[in-house]
Each structure stands twice: as C-alpha cells, then as structure tokens.
Design a protein around this ligand. Structure first.
Ligand code: IPD
Ligand code: CA
Ligand code: CA
Length: 290
C-alpha cells in the first residue's frame, strides 16, 4: 500500500483502549504518531525531490556532512510538530534548541544517511520519535525512495505502510544477517572501531553496513535482517527505530544488555532470539565497553 495520505482520519479499531502503562495513552499516542508520520513523510518528499539533483554540502567534520536538504527537512519537521505542539521540547540533529522541561520530547533526524544521500546512494530516511515521561511512545521512519513508512506506538505493534511487522525467526548467529554502522570518528579510532566488526563477521552469515541507522533498525523489525548493532548512536538516530523493533517483537538494549535511556548510547537490536549471543560476542571482544 503506497503512502498517499500519512494521516488516517480515525484511530484504528481498538486503538483507544490500548494502555501500556495502566493509563490511557494508547489513544493519545495514536494522535502523536499521526504527527510523527506526517512529519517524516513531508521530509521524505523533500528528499525524493532533491535526490540525484546535486546538493550543496557543508562539513561538520572530515567525513561528517550536512546538506541543504538536511536543513530543509528539519524545517519541515519542526513546522509540523510545532504547529501542533508548540509547548513540547524538541531534540533535533542540526539545531540546538532550548528545552523547557516538558514531559514530551521529540527526537528528529531530518535525514538519516546524509553521506548516502550526498553520493546518490539510494538508502536514507527521515526519523521522528516522541518520548513521554522518559519513555519512547511513538516513532516513524520513512524511506522515500521505496515509499516505505515504518511506524510504531508503544503497546500497539509496529507497521509498514499499515501492515503488521514481525521480526525474523533466526536462532543462531551463523544463520543471521546482521547490520552495523560506524560513527564519524572512525578514521581516528580505526582499530578500535573494527574490533566488534571483525569479531561478528566471523560468527554471522553476513554483515552489512547500509548507512542509515534508523532504517537499519526498521529492517530488523521487518525481518529483513536479524540484528543490528552500533557502538555509539545519537538519540535521533535510534529512538524511532528501536521502538519499531520492540513493537515488532524484537529487543533493543545497550551494548551490555541493560535498558536504553534517552541519551546517546551503543545499541544492540535483534529479533530477540539472538540478542544474548550477539551481546556475548561483543563482550568477548571488548570486555571494558560492554
Ligand atoms: C548516521 C547514519 C549511519 C550511522 C552513523 C550516523 P546521519 O547518521 O545513521 O548509518 O552509522 O553513526 O551518524 O549522519 O546520516 O544522520
Ligand atoms: Ca543519523
Ligand atoms: Ca541526519
């Protein structure tokens, strides 16, 4: 089903009764998810229009880029969220915004996979998540080139273009396709950054490096990959995707298996069945970190 109108007119049947915390946020988080969805689809349209047309690039670091499209997407997402919820706090990649201490915090990655985008490599996305009282309750990730909208509401499952998502059934690393990513300091810490990769490469069926952590996580949720790890991610890279993994029946934790918070962190996200094996493999390689 293509993503024609990102905002459904009514909550899906039964959604208003879903309650993950003993309260009544199921209905409310459906409304937030509709806003997150609208925001990523708006950003994705900009990405699709500007893709392959050549964009101006600025450098945040030697290999860390930002393009005019990152900024245009950020503006579109900010407009969408602020138009509905001006009092909510927002953490967004390209702009430092003051926080008011709201119980609602939005996390925005306007273009996840900027290096891919700048090279016309067709794998990137927009990602928006909402935390309420310190817990991620809604997340949406949109891949504009494949017209794939991944989304989840806490307690209400994960969806791809409206259809339910389910993680894979792989039980062992040797039958698993895994995905990873590397932070922008990799040139400075090459040996260290490659240790996990080398270790897991020798244990899994295959390891990919696709270049959009948000979308990588959604591929785990969709059962297209069995697991994902990355040593350090920013909150906007992971929060939508990790909720989508959890709601698709998988697990997402810190590198040592403890629960993720809202700050930057390492992530291991899998179908749940290989979570312990992947954490164990990482621990063996780098006991100090995990
Ligand atoms: C990056 C991508 C990449 C991951 C990096 C992220 P950006 O985000 O998600 O896959 O390996 O750690 O910083 O810079 O393209 O938004
Ligand atoms: Ca990112
Ligand atoms: Ca980005």
């Amino acid at each position: 089903m293509p993503v024609s109108d990102p905002r459904p007119a009514e909550p899906p049947p039964g959604r208003a009764t879903i309650d993950a915390k003993g309260g009544s946020f199921g209905h409310v988080s459906w409304r937030y998810l509709a806003v997150a969805t609208e925001a990523v689809v708006r950003a994705g349209r900009i990405q699709r229009e500007r893709y392959a047309s050549g964009v101006a690039i600025e450098y945040k670091g030697e290999i860390d880029l930002v393009t005019e499209v990152d900024r245009a997407c950020e503006l579109a997402i900010l407009e969408t969220i602020r138009g509905r919820y001006p009092e909510h706090d927002i953490v967004t990649e390209e702009t430092d915004l003051a926080r008011s201490g709201s119980r609602f915090v939005w996390f925005i990655d306007p273009l996840d996979g900027t290096v891919n985008f700048a090279h016309s490599y067709p794998f990137f996305s927009a990602s928006v998540a909402l935390a309420m009282d310190g817990e991620i309750v809604a997340g949406a990730v949109f891949d504009p080139l494949r017209d794939e909208l991944f989304s989840a509401e806490r307690g209400a499952g994960a969806h791809l273009n409206g259809g339910p998502l389910r993680v894979s059934g792989a039980r062992r690393l040797i039958e698993s396709l895994l995905i990873t990513g590397f932070p922008y300091d990799t040139h400075q810490r090459l040996e260290e950054r490659l240790r996990f990769f080398n270790r897991v490469m020798g244990l899994a069926r295959a390891v990919r490096r696709d270049g959009s952590a948000a979308l990588d996580l959604c591929y785990v949720a969709a059962g297209r990959a069995d697991g994902f790890w990355e040593e350090i991610l920013k909150p906007w890279d992971m929060h939508a995707g990790r909720l989508i993994v959890e709601e698709a029946g998988g697990k997402a934790t810190r590198l040592d298996g403890t629960p993720l918070g809202l700050g930057p962190d390492g992530v291991v996200a899998t179908n749940g069945l290989i979570q312990d094996a992947l954490i164990e493999a990482l621990r063996e390689e780098k006991p100090a970190l995990v």
